[in-house]
Design a protein around this ligand. Structure first.
Ligand SMILES: NCc1[nH]cc(CCC(=O)O)c1CC(=O)O
Length: 337
């Protein structure tokens, strides 16, 4: 698992003040840090709106602070260069966490799918919003579903997991690197760069883009990424005002599911080069976790599932990971180098 570079340990003076502040008033806005992509902004607005509703506050009680991350810096990233070559999973979160640590923002809104499983010291990530649709969407202007694609069709994706799953099911298709925000990818489809792509249903729904020609993929066909569709909100560990506010909008079921999925991922020691899928679902007090581990070229897939008490999620996650690792064998990770 990728580990964050150590964050600066200097504690700014206003951090002590933050602990004594009352709930935000219009003259003391709570600063919400986010990336500037349309999806990131939609997630920040959803967070702000839930806090407004819960505490009967006006939007002026909050300030949305856009933070540019390494992952957003186009000059660093040639458009056709796979993200995995550029950096680790902290690519879209490092600068935001630094701002949070330094007191420049009070809370940070993240796609949990993009968050490393290890938490930097001094920061707490224990607030999840109710999860959106977890499924992947198959998107193609000319084809209704995966089964309709003729052999040799070009599919665009930047996701190692989707690439591996697709080639595992359909080795006759061709995959090209496909990056940029959602709007950019849809434009590439229009321009014929690829005939189809996959996007998270959650992102499309959160941006209200329901008119895009899409078919939801059942998790049996394409098991989603760990934590797909979940928003997490991070704060300084010792900020009691933020802790109190976030506790009021936290969704416990999402936390139970992510507890299992993220323990599964952590136990697999998944680097950003390992195609891994995982999904936990609740049925009353029972939790069912499905997982899949793939070779990057799709030539091998090891899938399995486990069920047990919902409050035992992390243990179930570790057990399923160990079962899949045992089945995959020691040689499975040889290509990691
Ligand atoms: N890695 C990019 C990313 N991170 C979160 C989402 C979608 C929203 C979500 O899964 O919560 C996406 C884009 C995508 O996969 O289509």
């Amino acid at each position: 698992m990728s580990i964050h570079a150590p964050l600066p340990h200097a504690i700014p003076r206003h951090k002590a003040l933050a602990m004594t502040r009352a709930l935000p008033s219009p003259d003391q806005p709570l600063r919400i840090g986010t990336r500037g992509s349309p999806l990131a902004l939609a997630q920040a607005h959803e967070t702000r709106d839930r806090l407004c509703d819960t505490f009967a506050l006006s939007p002026e009680a909050f300030e949305i602070v856009v933070i540019r991350t390494t992952g957003d810096d186009r000059s660093m990233i040639a458009a056709d260069r796979p993200l995995k070559e550029i950096g680790n999973k902290g690519l879209f979160t490092k600068e935001i966490e630094e701002q949070l640590m330094a007191g420049g923002i009070d809370i940070a809104v993240h796609s949990m799918k993009d968050m490393p499983t290890l938490q930097p010291e001094g920061l707490m990530l224990d607030c999840y919003l109710p999860r959106e649709d977890v499924r992947d969407a198959f998107i193609s202007p000319g084809h209704g579903g995966l089964a309709d694609l003729p052999a040799g069709t070009v599919v665009g994706t930047s996701s190692l997991r989707r690439r591996a799953q697709l080639l595992n099911r359909r080795p006759d298709l061709r995959v090209v690197e496909f990056r940029g925000n959602l709007q950019t990818r849809l434009k590439k489809l229009e321009d014929g760069v690829a005939a189809a792509t996959f996007l998270a249903m959650a992102g499309l729904n959160r941006m209200g883009m329901t008119d895009v020609p899409m078919t939801a993929m059942s998790p049996n066909e394409m098991l989603p990424a760990v934590a797909q569709g979940a928003i997490g909100i991070e704060r300084r560990s010792d900020d009691s005002r933020a802790a109190e506010m976030l506790a009021a909008i936290h969704d416990h079921d999402t936390a139970l599911r992510l507890g299992a999925e993220r323990a599964f991922l952590a136990e697999l020691d998944g680097s950003c080069e390992t195609p891994i899928a995982g999904l936990a679902e609740l049925d009353g007090t029972a939790l069912r976790l499905r997982g899949e581990l793939l070779a990057p070229d799709g030539s091998a897939s090891h899938a399995g599932e486990i069920a047990g008490p919902a409050d035992n999620g992390p243990e179930l996650g570790r057990l399923l990971a160990q079962q899949l690792l045992a089945r995959a064998g020691a040689d499975f990770f040889a290509w990691r180098g």
